[in-house]
Design a protein around this ligand. Structure first.
Ligand SMILES: C=C(O[C@@H]1C=C(C(=O)O)C=C[C@H]1O)C(=O)O
Length: 277
């Protein structure tokens, strides 16, 4: 039923969040802040597709997708980023980087899929042929010269079977001196939910105050050492889209455009236009 005031169907706000450990601090308090919202979890690439298809109102979307959907706006200062090694975005090499002719990309990824191509092109001048690493396949199943894996499975990525591995957060920061941003909260056009932005920011702040208990709970749930989980959430990840993170994002988009991986007319849109370029 359309509501009389807004003329839109009165349905719950549909929020899509990433299904990895990195997102737990961002969403832990969200349901109690937005009791009527429907929060679902999926892989980053699917969240982007679902937001684009109108199946979600807001999603923790791979930031490269902002370039492909200029109609989306960023709706929170909460993000998934890093300022150095990230631990969960890895490029595993079967051949030395300068000899990479085939690159398999984690099906769950969009941002890191482009980041891997930027780093290989900028540092070694290689433009490999792309393949898909399906979500259900192990990197060991792929015969590509280099294999990108992200998320929880990258934290556990195999140490054997590959001659070298890059942590893409570390590679980006040592090449540029800037932080990196993997995903941001993006809203579909026309979304009018004034309580959403403060809730997303507050949920992040709440999660960060609760890292010790999240680490205890998640290390048991994921069978990972608690110190590793705590270090990942507290030290590797950065959850703030601040000025330095935005400079990293700008440079990433510039490099992606220079390589023809996105159009070069990107202008980031922020909800309510409270941050302008
Ligand atoms: C740090 C990470 O960032 C992720 C990487 C993404 C991508 O490559 O598209 C998208 C969302 C994030 O969850 C990770 O998943 O390990």
């Amino acid at each position: 039923m359309p509501s009389a005031l807004t003329d839109r169907p009165a349905r719950p706000l549909r929020i899509g969040a990433v299904t990895y450990l990195n997102t737990v601090p961002l969403v832990r308090g969200l349901q109690s802040l937005l009791p009527a919202a429907e929060i679902s979890f999926d892989f980053p690439s699917r969240l982007a597709d679902n937001l684009a298809a109108g199946r979600l109102d807001v999603a923790l979307a791979p930031c490269i997708e902002l370039a492909r959907h200029p109609e989306w706006s960023i709706i929170s200062t909460a993000c998934i980023g890093c300022r150095g090694p990230v631990l969960s975005v890895k490029l595993l090499f079967r051949r030395p980087p300068a000899e990479v002719a085939t690159l398999a990309l984690d099906e769950g990824s969009r941002t890191s899929a482009v980041l891997a191509q930027i780093l290989l092109a900028d540092q070694f001048g290689v433009r490999p042929k792309l393949q898909l690493l399906p979500l259900a396949s192990s990197p060991l199943d792929s015969t590509a010269d280099a294999v990108l894996v992200i998320g929880d499975r990258a934290i556990r990525a195999p140490a054997t079977g590959f001659c070298q591995s890059w942590d893409l957060g570390a590679e980006w920061t040592s090449a540029t001196g800037l932080p990196f941003v993997f995903a941001v909260w993006a809203a579909r056009p026309g979304l009018d939910e004034p309580e959403l932005e403060p809730a997303l920011d507050a949920a992040r702040d709440h999660g960060l105050r609760d890292l010790e208990s999240i680490a205890t709970e998640q290390s048991a749930a994921m069978d990972l050492p608690r110190p590793l989980v705590l270090q990942y959430l507290r030290d590797n990840l950065n959850f703030f889209l601040d000025d330095a993170a935005r400079r990293g994002l700008d440079l990433y988009f510039q490099r992606a455009a220079a390589l023809g991986l996105i159009s070069d007319q990107l202008e980031l849109r922020f909800h309510d236009c409270h941050v302008k370029r």
